[in-house]
Design a protein around this ligand. Structure first.
Ligand SMILES: *[C@@H]1O[C@H](CO)[C@@H](O)[C@H](O)[C@H]1NC(C)=O
Ligand SMILES: *[C@@H]1O[C@H](CO)[C@@H](O)[C@H](O)[C@H]1NC(C)=O
Length: 398
């Protein structure tokens, strides 16, 4: 990967614990909006408001073991609802065909794995399997009753799919996934982005003032409670004062911590968060007044496990900081789209020439990309480049 080498070395040094506090290698992407000094905070300062608590989890269990230990679990849920991909696609150019024809990716993709978790998946078998893996790959250390009470609310069939392929009788569902990378500043891609059937956005997705570059349509907004709240703090100065809301918008929640399940339950019930990290929060201030079960999609821990093990198994997992690692929000959204849409275009994701651009498209002065130790942006960059080269998706580059 040429240039990124230095950055990788830097990251490893970091991980070795040389400079825990200042992660200055420079990068970040459609992902953690948290303050730079996030690594150590994640480990120890779980209670610092607005700090990066995304991964730590009070259980402090090793994610590495979750990924490196078991084989990829066979999916064995009741499977009442069909994952989107099981709905036959009549699209003659579906990316599934490109995937199947590709020697490398044909072996990696497993389109039958459910992307979303919903109430019907919550069975004794699922509990037994997932309680062995730490978040976000499972439910180790989490309360059965808390998980159960959240998942029982996700009982609408729309919780089982991202969209219904029956809405597209003549074929191809085209999706744009919009990361927040500086490459979009001045790109004038807004019209092209909005022309897709569905537009995914995530974290600090500033739109006002950047319509020409990033478009206005938002079909799905992806986040963890941690990244969402951090985005509201870190990007407020750029106008990100509210989580995107509209009647047709759906939220894709990444369950990276107990607080995600707790927030989801409150959001659906329309009541303040009862306990835990976000106690007292009013979900409607984030998701608007009409939040109901239909508004929310929950990524399946098995799916996050599968993506991490097969597509983004970073070297970080083999370090003592392995438990901090997970794919970035942007990566999870893009891979979600790749497992549900027929055609996918990625905008605002990291490219080889990322040094030419600011961290985010909305910064007023150029800031270098911030690399956080809980993600492996260079590994993600390689993946996007390979998927683009294989013709499986289109990566916006300039
Ligand atoms: C879904 O859950 C809600 C809340 O518990 C309940 O009122 C509703 O009847 C359930 N619907 C189905 C189809 O089970
Ligand atoms: C964004 O683009 C504008 C004009 O295209 C430029 O003036 C500005 O410096 C850019 N912002 C950053 C952070 O690079």
């Amino acid at each position: 990967m040429g240039a990124p080498r230095g950055a990788r070395l830097c990251l490893l040094l970091l991980l070795a614990g040389v400079t825990l506090w200042l992660l200055l290698c420079g990068r970040g992407r459609a992902t953690q909006p948290a303050p730079k000094a996030s690594l150590l905070q994640q480990r120890t300062l779980r209670l610092v408001p607005g700090g990066m608590s995304q991964v730590a989890g009070s259980h402090g269990l090793s994610r590495e073991s979750s990924i490196n230990r078991g084989k990829l679990s066979k999916y064995s849920g009741p499977g009442k609802a069909k994952p989107t991909k099981d709905q036959p696609s009549s699209c003659p150019h579906s990316l599934t065909l490109k995937v199947k024809a590709d020697p490398r990716f044909g072996k990696l993709f497993r389109f039958h794995i459910p992307v979303l978790m919903w109430g019907w998946h919550f069975t004794p078998e699922t509990w037994d399997r997932l309680k062995e893996r730490s978040v976000p790959y499972g439910w180790q250390g989490l309360s059965y009753t808390a998980i159960a009470s959240t998942l029982h609310l996700l009982n609408d069939s729309s919780n089982s799919w991202l969209f219904n392929k029956a809405w597209f009788p003549d074929g191809c569902v085209r999706c744009a996934v919009v990361g927040n990378g500086g490459i979009l500043n001045g790109s004038r891609q807004g019209k092209a982005i909005d022309a897709h059937d569905f537009v995914f956005r995530l974290n600090g997705a500033v739109i006002k003032g950047f319509e020409d570059d990033v478009g206005t349509k938002t079909s799905f907004y992806g986040f963890t409670v941690n990244t969402m709240k951090n985005s509201l703090i870190a990007y407020r100065q750029y106008g990100f004062t509210q989580i995107p809301q509209s009647k047709d918008l759906r939220y894709i929640l990444i369950p990276s911590d107990m607080r995600d399940y707790v927030m989801l339950k409150s959001a659906i019930l329309g009541s303040p968060v009862q306990d835990g990290y976000d106690k007292g929060d009013e979900p409607r201030t984030y998701f608007g007044p009409e939040a109901s079960a239909k508004k929310f999609k929950l990524l399946h821990p098995d799916f996050i496990h599968y993506l991490t093990a097969r597509f983004l198994r970073s070297e970080i997992l083999n370090t003592e900081f392995g438990y901090l690692y997970m794919p970035s929000t942007g990566a999870l959204m893009l891979l979600t789209a790749l497992h549900t849409c027929d055609q996918v275009s990625a905008y605002g994701f990291i490219t080889d020439n990322y040094r030419e651009f600011s961290d985010h498209y909305y910064e007023r002065e150029k800031k270098p990309l911030v690399f956080y130790a809980n993600h492996d942006m260079l590994l993600e960059a390689e993946l996007w480049k390979s998927l683009h080269r294989a013709g499986i998706m289109k990566l916006y580059q300039r």
